[in-house]
Design a binder for this molecule. Structure first.
Ligand SMILES: NC(=O)c1ccc[n+]([C@@H]2O[C@H](COP(=O)([O-])OP(=O)(O)OC[C@H]3O[C@@H](n4cnc5c(N)ncnc54)[C@H](OP(=O)(O)O)[C@@H]3O)[C@@H](O)[C@H]2O)c1
Length: 172
């Protein structure tokens, strides 16, 4: 079992919506930049972080941005035939986490809803980086309820873009 820190990172709207038609319902440069910064930054420059995502989230990423650079990309599917160049594909979250070797600093679970739901019950989940977007959008995919044990809530920063406010929080 990996002894690394494992975080969920997600952005939710005011009704916990996270996606629509297998895409993000919104686009904020500051939010995208924050996601990149949090998931890429390492303390030890000889290491990288790992990002784990479900198959749908992989295909939701614009082709020119995938694999997400400077991070080890891992995709989960139960489809044995799925091969993606430059990406490791695993059948379960457990296998993906166990695959993280000494070259990996922190593990980030980046979505989508199916994978978030399972990850929230993982005994080694360290915490959640949650961006609360203070607006509502048409969504068909929602973030599950956050377990009460993540009661230490830290405001990292507040931002505004195109008149919409959002809060970057860390729950541990
Ligand atoms: N707002 C945000 O921060 C955020 C972040 C990420 C994604 N999203 C949005 O979320 C939506 C996608 O969510 P989703 O729930 O449809 O898809 P998803 O979780 O990305 O992918 C679901 C698929 O991934 C595979 N999978 C997931 N967990 C697995 C596990 N533990 N073991 C093996 N395979 C696993 C399965 O593939 P197989 O069926 O092939 O077995 C499953 O059908 C999109 O709209 C996307 O834009 C939003």
């Amino acid at each position: 079992m990996s002894n690394k820190e494992i975080y969920i990172i997600v952005a939710v709207d005011s009704k916990n919506g996270i996606g629509k038609d297998n895409a993000m319902p919104w686009h904020f440069k500051k939010e995208t930049q924050y996601f990149k910064e949090i998931t890429t930054t390492v303390k030890d420059p000889s290491k990288k972080n790992m990002v784990i995502m479900g198959k749908n989230t992989w295909y939701s990423l614009p082709e020119k941005y995938r694999p997400l650079k400077d991070r080890k990309n891992v995709v989960l599917t139960r489809d044995d035939s799925l091969k993606i160049e430059g990406v490791e594909v695993y059948k379960s979250l457990g296998y993906a986490i166990a695959s993280a070797g000494d070259d990996i600093e922190t593990i980030f679970i980046i979505g989508g809803a199916t994978l978030f739901k399972e990850s929230l019950t993982h005994p080694n989940l360290t915490g959640l980086y949650i961006t609360f977007i203070e607006n509502s959008y048409e969504c068909d995919t929602y973030f599950p309820e956050i377990p009460a044990k993540f009661s230490n809530k830290q405001l990292i920063k507040e931002e505004e873009e195109n008149g919409i406010k959002f809060k970057f929080m860390l729950y541990k």
